[in-house]
Design a binder for this molecule. Structure first.
Ligand code: GTP
Ligand code: MG
Length: 171
């Protein structure tokens, strides 16, 4: 089945929008296969966005993804971790894999346009963001990118499991 890599960026995590993003994918009927709060290195993010390395905004993009604001949304991690992260003011991303028919394209529709001001209300970026450099979430742009990104962010693989609700969502 088709899979996509969806990520809540540091601004989205900090603003407490992780649940919003998850809710919209769940409501649509897609299946969550993997979810992890990660603290990627600069090198890791440069690899993730390697197709944009020649763009004038590349340095700003990597800075955005690696040196975001203080993490306030700490409920999902252990207390000890939270204290450590608070000291380091570490930006975090929430990495996810979603599965379902047409999930790559549909995921991009749920996210909205790259520029939040051009995104319609009802989309994540349209509802919650203003600037292209603080657009909350990432979604794979093709099936091939999705496979590459899932391997990069989840090198140990993801769970594969059968849902009882599939017969209510698919004909
Ligand atoms: P992602 O899902 O994050 O990959 O966004 P996208 O596929 O909608 O856009 P793209 O891959 O072209 O760009 C990746 C990210 O770089 C965007 O989400 C923005 O955060 C940032 N970005 C893209 N274009 C610009 C730009 O013109 N200016 C700035 N400052 N940032 C940009
Ligand atoms: Mg992209």
């Amino acid at each position: 089945a088709e899979r996509t890599y969806i990520m809540v960026k540091p601004d989205g995590v900090d603003r407490g929008l992780v649940g919003e993003v998850i809710k919209r994918f769940e409501n649509k009927g897609f299946q969550l296969l993997a979810l992890e709060l990660q603290k990627p290195s600069r090198e890791h993010l440069e690899k993730h966005y390697s197709d944009l390395s020649a763009k004038p905004f590349f340095a700003g993009l990597i800075n955005y993804m690696t040196s975001g604001p203080v993490v306030r949304n700490l409920l999902m991690i252990t207390y000890d971790n939270a204290i450590q992260l608070r000291k380091k003011q570490t930006p975090l991303e929430v990495a996810m894999v979603w599965q379902g028919k047409g999930v790559v394209k549909a995921g991009r529709v749920l996210l909205g346009e790259t520029n939040p001001l051009a995104s319609l209300p009802g989309t994540i970026r349209g509802d919650f963001a203003i600037d292209v450099g603080r657009n909350i979430c990432h979604g794979s742009d093709s099936v091939e990118s999705a496979e590459k990104e899932i391997a990069l962010w989840f090198p140990n693989g993801v769970l594969s499991h059968k849902r009882v609700t599939d017969s209510l969502i698919y004909e």
